[in-house]
Design a protein around this ligand. Structure first.
Ligand code: ACM
Ligand code: ZN
Length: 764
């Protein structure tokens, strides 16, 4: 349990009080548990030895010349455990002592530590204060309460991080979180050895950092008139009518930076440019290409109105802002955004076009590059480096920029090949605003599906890079966008425990990855998160079609548990059929399943409709394969499972720019009279329905004739196509769907290729 409100008055002013509270509760909760290897992130080396160290009133702490912060942390923890403060000792390695030693002459890597627990004493040795701090976090996780008192299993732990950059990003523009809440979360990040907090402070929907030179950033840009209700894809948008906003004063920013640095966390501020600037333009319209008027955005998306790159005032404004931001943050990096910056306004703005001419730039992409490079020079002149989202590669990368690869790994790979540092943060794997469960009752999220295992399984160093290039991958970060995080509780549900999986991949060796082992340590670690609304979905049942047939394999990661299921629509009970292997069906069936442990139901009920039609399980031939993340096994089109609104759950086949052209062999000639398929209309994800869908049939796979077609797909989201025609004999059914092609003006991603997503062909 980690709290920001200390439960003991003596802790109120302690720098360390927060951790000590959960420490106390840890002891209350883990009585009698053997937790010899419970450390998260998994250490490089853990060697268990015989015997235990007994923590008693007589235990003393030796702390050499190092910073008092580490002594304070440890003393405060232990005070809570034993009910009184452990004395410090001036002599090292006394009997019954805990020795904290920073020794700059050891070969222990930066941030690493060696923890030795012997019956007579405990040593934590590190080369740096941060290493000592991490050693203390590990020691914390090893303390055990037994019938005879507090013990720590004798052991030797040798540990150091895999990556120097281990981060979490948090968007406070879409929803703001209190200083108190940020401290609570920072505390947990440090506990799991994360060391970077990327603070996304500005966006279209709000400016969240006080800039004294520009008071209207506080009075106007920090506020929006109202906020969209529900998901941004709902059409028409509905609003709550409530003014929303706020900002952090510079004093509060300093408080957060100090609090984080005491826990060896670097705070990187992000000031977005040239896009995501609507809140600034609302207050300072002269900085936009059209001159406005503009309003702080009240819904989520990518907006055409961005900073004018032809206007000198834009740079003057941003430099003045940076002049106030930079001194607040000791970080060597300043994040300048750079993502999702449409060129629509620049293309027709006389000032921007003049700039393109005067600077001899090729196009608007080079204009963006000019913008970022100019800001980089300014940031460099203040002794800092820039970091930006992977769009900063377009039009030419600024000389010394670090790239945050978010749209995938491609940006990071390209940057590493250009010898630039990279932080991997690909949305498919580490965006914590994605759904973590396929349960239909999950609270609303941005979209997509990234469960705990997917985060854990992510490998940040692309195998395609050679050894020299791989060295440019400096770390990994999870991103927490807050469009749908309108409360602390909701944010915690999305952040935890997935950030703990991220912490392990950021710290621990690739070779030591083991998901079941991680889950068992996570279970034991959950006691530290009693005050946190962590999601438990990772033990939910997941279903996977096992073959092209209508068959579903079920799985839970919960150890010593069983799955029971029904096929008649009733709720599974402790005496329902026990799951033993893939479930085959011979007619369309609603399957319901639940995990049971010792007869007691666990978690939510899983349910999945399995469709059986003449197409199910029959061979599909595709003219164009799926693209990118949507290049699935083509047989998923006839596996009996329909794609849902979670568009990346492995059911939707997607084509980028090209047409869908599939032929199904029904195996023999038979009469058919009905055709069904679903197409996805998520224009906010560049997913457009087809311009035309036709169905042709044949008995010999040579002569085809059309039996039905559809040209309009007006539903937002999933369009269920169901076409009936006169019964006709056929063996081959050919389905063609024409891709929208290039996304037209006025839509998100205009000028780029549209996606065409389809799933589950039904023929009766
Ligand atoms: C991003 O997710 N737009 C960086
Ligand atoms: Zn302009």
């Amino acid at each position: 349990m980690i709290k920001t409100v200390p439960i003991k008055n003596t802790l109120v002013n302690s720098q360390t009080g927060l951790l000590s509270v959960f420490f106390l509760l840890f002891f209350i909760n883990c009585f009698g548990q053997n937790n010899a290897s419970t450390i998260i992130p998994k250490p490089n080396e853990f060697v268990q030895k015989d015997g235990v160290f007994k923590l008693t009133k007589q235990t003393v702490i030796f702390c050499g010349a190092q910073k008092m912060i580490n002594l304070d942390f440890l003393q405060s923890y232990l005070t809570d455990i034993v009910g009184f403060k452990l004395e410090t000792s001036k002599t090292q390695n006394q009997r019954n002592s805990i020795n904290l030693v920073v020794d700059t002459t050891t070969s222990i890597p930066d941030e690493g530590y060696k923890l030795t627990v012997e019956t007579s004493k405990i040593n934590i040795i590190a080369t740096t204060e941060s290493g000592l701090f991490y050693g203390i976090q590990s020691l914390t996780q090893l303390i055990n309460k037994t019938k005879t008192g507090l013990t720590i299993q004798n052991c030797v732990v040798n540990d150091s991080p895999r990556f120097a950059y281990r981060g979490m990003h948090l968007d406070v523009a879409r929803h703001i979180f209190s200083v108190q809440t940020l401290k609570k979360w920072l505390n947990i990040l440090a506990f799991y050895k994360l060391n970077t907090f990327h603070w996304h402070l500005t966006d279209d929907q709000g400016w969240r950092i006080e800039i004294k030179k520009y008071p209207e950033l506080q009075s106007k840009s920090a506020w929006r008139d109202e906020t969209i209700i529900g998901h941004k894809r709902t059409d028409p948008h509905l609003f709550d009518g409530k003014k929303y906003g706020g900002f952090y004063t510079q004093e509060e920013v300093k408080e957060i930076v100090k609090y984080a640095s005491e826990r060896f966390i670097t705070v990187i501020p992000e000031i977005e440019m040239p896009g995501h600037a609507r809140s600034v333009l609302a207050a300072y319209p002269a900085l936009g290409c059209t001159g406005g008027p503009y309003g702080t955005a009240n819904f989520w998306g990518v907006f055409d109105d961005i900073f004018c790159a032809g206007n000198e005032q834009t740079f003057e404004f941003l430099e003045n802002v940076l002049d106030e931001v930079i001194p607040l943050f000791p970080s060597k990096y300043i994040h300048i955004g750079g993502d999702e910056s449409p060129k629509t306004r620049w293309e027709v703005c006389p000032k921007c076009q003049n700039r393109i001419k005067s600077e001899h730039l090729k196009d608007e992409h080079e204009l963006q590059s000019y913008f970022i490079q100019r800001i980089e020079k300014y940031v460099n002149s203040k002794g800092k480096k820039i970091i930006g989202w992977d769009e900063i590669l377009e039009g030419g990368l600024a000389a010394d920029a670090t790239v945050m690869s978010w749209r995938g790994e491609e940006g990071g790979i390209a940057a590493a090949k250009q010898k630039h540092d990279v932080i991997m943060t690909p949305e498919k794997f580490v965006y914590l605003d994605y759904y973590q469960s396929l349960n239909p009752n999950e609270p609303i999220a941005a979209g997509g599906y990234t469960n705990l295992k997917k985060v854990y399984d992510y490998e940040p160093v692309p195998a395609i890079l050679n050894t020299e290039e791989q060295a440019y991958i400096k770390g990994v970060q999870a991103n927490v966008w807050s469009e749908y995080l309108d409360s602390d509780k909701k944010a915690e549900y999305m952040i935890f425990p997935r950030i703990i999986a991220l912490a392990e991949i950021a710290w621990s060796r690739k070779e030591s990855k083991n998901y079941p082992d991680f889950l068992s340590r996570l279970d034991k670690s959950m006691r530290f998160l009693k005050d946190v609304n962590a999601a438990k979905s990772y033990y939910e049942i997941t279903g996977k079609s096992t073959s092209s047939k209508s068959a579903l394999a079920l799985h839970t990661d919960l150890p010593k548990a069983e799955i029971r299921y029904t096929t008649d629509g009733t709720e599974p009970k402790s005496n329902s059929s026990i799951y033993k292997g893939a479930i085959y069906i011979n007619k369309t069936t609603l399957l319901k399943a639940r995990v049971f442990k010792k007869g007691i139901p666990q978690g939510k009920v899983f349910q999945q409709e399995l469709i059986k039609s003449l197409a199910t399980g029959h061979l599909v031939t595709l003219k164009n394969e799926g693209s990118g993340n949507y290049n699935l096994d083509k047989q998923a089109l006839v596996n009996g499972i329909q794609g849902t609104y979670l568009y990346n759950n492995g059911e939707w086949l997607g084509l980028s720019g090209s047409d869908f052209d599939a032929t199904i062999d029904l195996g023999s000639v038979k009469p058919i009279s009905e055709f069904g398929i679903n197409v996805l209309n998520y224009q906010w994800q560049k997913m457009h329905p087809p311009k035309l869908l036709t169905v042709e049939i044949s008995t010999d796979n040579v002569d085809f004739h059309e039996v039905c077609r559809q040209t309009k797909f007006t539903e937002e989201g999933i369009n269920k196509v169901l076409l009936k025609f006169n019964p006709t004999k056929a063996r081959y059914v050919r389905i063609r769907a024409v891709n929208e092609g290039i996304i037209p003006e006025g839509f998100y991603g205009s000028g780029t290729k549209a996606w065409l997503l389809l799933d589950e062909i039904i023929i009766n």
